[in-house]
Ligand binder design. Sequence first.
Ligand code: BGC
Length: 698
Amino acid sequence: MKRILILLFSLLSLSVMAQDVTLRQDNIDEVLSQLSLEEKATLVVGAGYKSMLAGFLGFRVPVPGAAGMTQAVPRLGIPAIVLSDGPAGVRIEPRRRGSKETFYCTGFPIGSLLSSTWNTELVEKVGAAIGHEALEYGVDVLLAPGMNIQRNPLCGRNFEYFSEDPLLSGKTAAAYVRGVQSQGVGTSVKHFAANNQETNRFWNDSQVADEPLREIYLRNFEIAVRESQPWTVMASYNRLNGVHTQEDPWLLTDVLRKEWGFEGLVMTDWTGKRNTAAQIAAGCDLMEPGNKSQTKELVKKVRSGELSEASLDLCVRRVLELVVKTPTFKGYKPSLKPHLEADAAVAREAAEEGIVLLKNAGGTLPMAAGTTVALFGVGSYQLLAGGTGSGHVHRPYVVNLDEGLAAEGMQVEAALSGLYRRHIEKNPPKKTLTSGMLGSPGSPEMPLSRTTVEKAAEGAGMALVTLSRQTGEGGDRHLEDDFLLTNAEKRMLLDVSEVFHGQGKRVVVVLNVGGVVETASWKHLADAIVLAWQPGQEGGNALARILSGSVCPSGRLPVTFPADYFHLPSSANFPYDYSGPGSMAGGSAKYNDVKNVGYTVYEEGMDVGYRFFDKPGAPAVSFPFGFGLSYTTFEVSGPVYAGDQVSVTVTNIGKVAGKEVVIVKDPVLRAFGKTRLLQPGESQTLNLIIQDYETRTD
Ligand code: BGC
């Protein structure tokens, strides 16, 4: 009897103890020991599509429009945390069931523009503003930055990425991560790795030799990991040298963790299911968005001995380590009221620094005060602030160029504006099933007669032509009518240039694009060319302030503009105009049909971007990597090397205040920096550190 009583007593106290265990930052081992196998398998599998579809289907979730969540284990005090896209701002639904309020997020400039600033402090400031919005809207981890190398201009997601160069890409990403994480919100650098095209994206095999893989396609991730320790990394959809990155122990454990010292969690990219046990064994800790079959598979495979429980425990531990860092775990109550006004100012500042002046013959820009400008191109009245897909942001507004010019006191030719406005009213952006959620491309270009151009010239002292491009995830760009101008655009440029030049008036072209376009064949038609990229919601203001001279341009190209697409060595192995299996162009492909087919050989090896075009005998480019003009002139002395330091002194010898980018390349990019705003006559010495990332090949 006494023994039975003792047994009962200990069972009772054990169950009381078990109930007492609640997750804290310092008891992860204990919590791990209390989890059942089923609970462990639940924690490494996300909560499904509910939050992503909530705005659409009205589910009640903490953050409608968030891309995903983890699952909770309430009995141990483990909450579900919220994961939401970036990168150009927080992507959540602006409307919630049961609320009349709107919850917009600031639309920041795209990745290619951020890297064009060459200003990591500014990128960090952008990151902090985005992180603050994430925090105040209840998001724990921002699924950004996107940082794949811009291997080929036709990649449909280049707009989300930073550069053709790994140092610029890695440093920019690290700054973005530091900014977001300074707010107590995590990031997920993506898509790890060699995810440089969208065609057949779920299955494509990127076949990359060791040297370019290490020196280019992994190096930028390495820099971001070592210099900012992101809370999470997102493993890509594609395969790398035959193995799905999400199932690759070499990539996710040996390189990422053991070699680079990554301390965080790896999650999958969304959609689709791989071999879940293989993912866990490789060190891929969290399946997103997750479905129940994955949990079942894990339980079964641990029971049958196909997967060791120790591997699962390791992933669960990483999930718990992530959870305890989050605002949700810490009980933060989101205000739903971020500082949208202050953040809009940051978005504008970034846009102003990342816009690149590509051509400025005879001081065409800045525009003389009082000039009336004839604005051609739909994009002049409907600026494309960002791309579509998961990179789309529900922003409160977009400032158009005509509005920005008006704010700067510039006159816009009214009759032409009226025509464009009516055209846009009649041809609004196409609404599709997903456009509310993922954004939609702009209105089609307006057909333009020669007479319209002539009439506009009568009332204007200058012409400005905006050329616009937009892409999003799931498809690559086409060569015709996308990289190359359309026939209508060529006609418009020819007519505008003939008519305006015929009257001694200047022509400015604004490129409102997400990626590189062909410029060599038409750039002689323009007196000035301004690369605005997709500059975020404040784009029209930023652009107008550059055009008017209120801001001196200081952006530089993060990517080469080749004279001809086929000069790019990667053009031999990039599936442009692909519409075969796996293409999402028609939106109807069945991905399983193409399982295990499709590959891209990175035959060009190290010949990516300027690494190729700088070689003797390589074809001339239209605009080189690092190029960008200013309204002032700088004298640069140096570089002077001292150990791992290099110093460069910049003096503004021109007439207006401006910032200068310093690029140290020998022959590849070694260091870069940006001066503060230098007044005429003022100097600044930048001391830059040259980081040499050793490549280990063992
Ligand atoms: C994209 C990711 C994104 C995820 C969640 C995927 O299709 O590739 O970049 O974070 O969806 O929206």
